[in-house]
Design a protein around this ligand. Structure first.
Ligand SMILES: Cc1cc2nc3c(=O)[nH]c(=O)nc-3n(C[C@H](O)[C@H](O)[C@H](O)COP(=O)(O)OP(=O)(O)OC[C@H]3O[C@@H](n4cnc5c(N)ncnc54)[C@H](O)[C@@H]3O)c2cc1C
Length: 339
C-alpha cells in the first residue's frame, strides 16, 4: 500500500482556471513503477483515479471523489538522428513549453508553432493540440501508453491515435489509456508554416525575412502573450469551445444574415466556423456573471475573475451554447474536460 497519498488536497494550484475544489486523495507519480503502484493501490482501495498533467484543459465542477494522480515524470532523449530527421522522446510529465524550447535549443524544428501552449507532453496527444496551422499529429512519431483495463503497455502509431481536430482515440475513451511517453519526428531543417494568423506579418515587422525555428517560436510567443490571458493572472483554460464544423448550406444561410461570417471550407465540403466570432456576434464578449465571464478581448476564452466555481463557469458555458444554437442553429462543443 502506498503511503504517498495526501488527503483532501485543494486542486486550486493544479488547474489553470484556479477553481478551488478538493481531491479526496492526491499523489504525484514520477515513473512507470510509481504509476503502476498508484493504480494498483487505487484498485485495491476501490478508489477511482483521475490522471492530470498541468490542469490547463480541465473544468472541475465539484470535489473530486477520486485519487488525482499528477504526472510528474521527467526525461527527454534523442532516439535517432539520420542527419535530417530526428526522433525525440519525452516523458509524459515534461512541461510542454520548456520541452519545445529544449528542442529549439538543440537546433531541431517542428514544434515551433506549438510554443507557449500550457500543460504537459503526456496530455498533448489527448486533444491533438494545435496552434498556428500545426497540430501534434504533424510531428508525431509514436507513443507508449498503459492500458488501464489490462495493465499492459501498448505502442501507438499515428494511424492508431485517430487524431482529428482537438480529438484522438484517447479522448474518445476517457480513462482507458494512460500516456507514459511520446515520440516526435523533428528536423534539422525547418519547414516553415507562417501563413496562419499574423505570424508572417510579425516576423516582417521585426525585419526577419528568413526566420529560424527560434524566430518563429519567439514571434508566436509574443502574439500569444498579447492575445491570450495568462492563467497566472486570470484563470482560464484557453479556447473554451471548439470551432464548429457545419454543412455548407447552413453556413450559406447564416451568411445571408451575417455577411461577415468567418468560415473556412473543409476538404469534405463542410465548413468550419470561428466559434469566437459567433459568440461575439451574439453579444457575449466581456459578459460577466459574478466571477465567471467571457474575456473582454477574446470571446472564445471563459475566465475566472477570482472566486468563480466550476459550476458557475459551466452554467455560463451552457447559456452561451443555448444562445448560439438558437441564433445560428450551430452546436458548440466544449474543449476542456469536465469533471
Ligand atoms: C492559456 C491557454 C492557452 C491554450 N492554448 C492552446 C492551444 O493553442 N492549442 C491547444 O490545443 N490547446 C491549448 N490549451 C489547452 C491545453 O493547454 C492543452 O489541451 C494541454 O495539452 C493540456 O495539457 P495538461 O497537461 O494541462 O492536461 P490536463 O488539463 O491536466 O488534462 C487534460 C486531459 O488529459 C488527461 N490526461 C492528462 N495527462 C494524461 C496522460 N499522461 N495520460 C492520459 N490522459 C492524460 C486528463 O485526464 C484530462 O482529461 C490552452 C490552455 C490555456 C490555459
Amino acid at each position: 500500500m502506498s503511503g504517498q497519498w495526501q488527503e483532501q488536497v485543494s486542486l486550486k494550484p493544479y488547474n489553470t482556471f484556479g477553481i478551488d475544489v478538493a481531491a479526496r486523495y492526491f499523489t504525484d507519480v514520477h515513473n512507470d513503477v510509481e504509476v503502476r503502484q498508484a493504480l494498483a493501490d487505487a484498485k485495491h482501495r476501490q478508489v477511482p483515479v483521475l490522471v492530470i498533467g498541468g490542469g490547463s484543459n480541465l473544468l472541475l465542477t465539484a470535489d473530486v471523489q477520486a485519487l488525482v494522480m499528477r504526472m510528474a515524470s521527467r526525461g527527454v532523449r534523442i532516439l535517432a538522428d539520420d542527419g535530417q530527421r530526428v526522433i525525440v522522446e519525452a516523458e509524459a510529465g515534461e512541461p510542454w513549453h520548456p520541452f519545445v524550447q529544449w528542442s529549439l535549443a538543440q537546433g531541431l524544428a517542428g514544434l515551433e508553432n506549438l510554443s507557449l501552449i500550457p500543460g504537459t507532453v503526456g496530455a498533448a496527444p489527448m486533444q491533438n493540440i494545435g496552434a498556428y496551422g500545426v497540430e501534434i499529429k504533424d510531428v508525431f512519431a509514436g507513443l507508449t501508453a498503459l492500458d488501464r483495463q489490462t495493465g499492459e503497455l501498448r505502442e501507438f502509431t499515428l494511424e492508431e491515435c485517430q487524431f482529428a481536430y482537438r480529438d484522438s482515440v484517447f479522448k474518445q475513451h476517457p480513462g482507458r489509456w494512460l500516456i507514459l511517453r511520446v515520440r516526435f519526428a523533428l528536423s534539422h531543417v525547418m519547414q516553415a508554416h507562417l501563413d496562419y494568423g499574423p505570424v508572417r506579418q510579425r516576423l516582417s515587422e521585426q525585419g526577419i525575412g528568413q526566420p529560424t525555428a527560434q524566430n518563429v517560436s519567439d514571434a508566436i510567443c509574443s502574439i500569444r502573450r498579447e492575445k491570450l490571458p495568462d492563467p497566472v493572472e486570470l484563470g482560464n483554460a484557453g479556447s473554451f469551445f471548439k470551432n464548429p464544423v457545419v454543412a455548407a448550406v447552413l453556413a450559406d444561410r447564416i451568411r445571408l444574415q451575417y455577411p461577415g461570417l468567418v468560415a473556412y471550407p473543409q476538404a469534405d465540403g463542410q465548413v468550419k466556423l470561428a466559434a469566437g466570432w459567433l459568440i461575439e456576434q451574439a453579444g457575449w464578449k466581456g459578459h460577466r456573471e459574478g466571477d465567471a465571464g467571457v474575456h473582454r478581448l477574446q470571446s472564445l476564452v471563459l475566465v475566472n475573475y477570482g472566486q468563480a466555481s466550476g459550476l458557475q463557469l459551466h452554467q455560463l458555458a451552457q447559456k452561451i451554447q443555448a444562445d448560439i444554437l438558437e441564433r445560428f442553429d450551430v452546436r458548440l462543443e466544449m474543449e476542456p474536460n469536465l469533471y
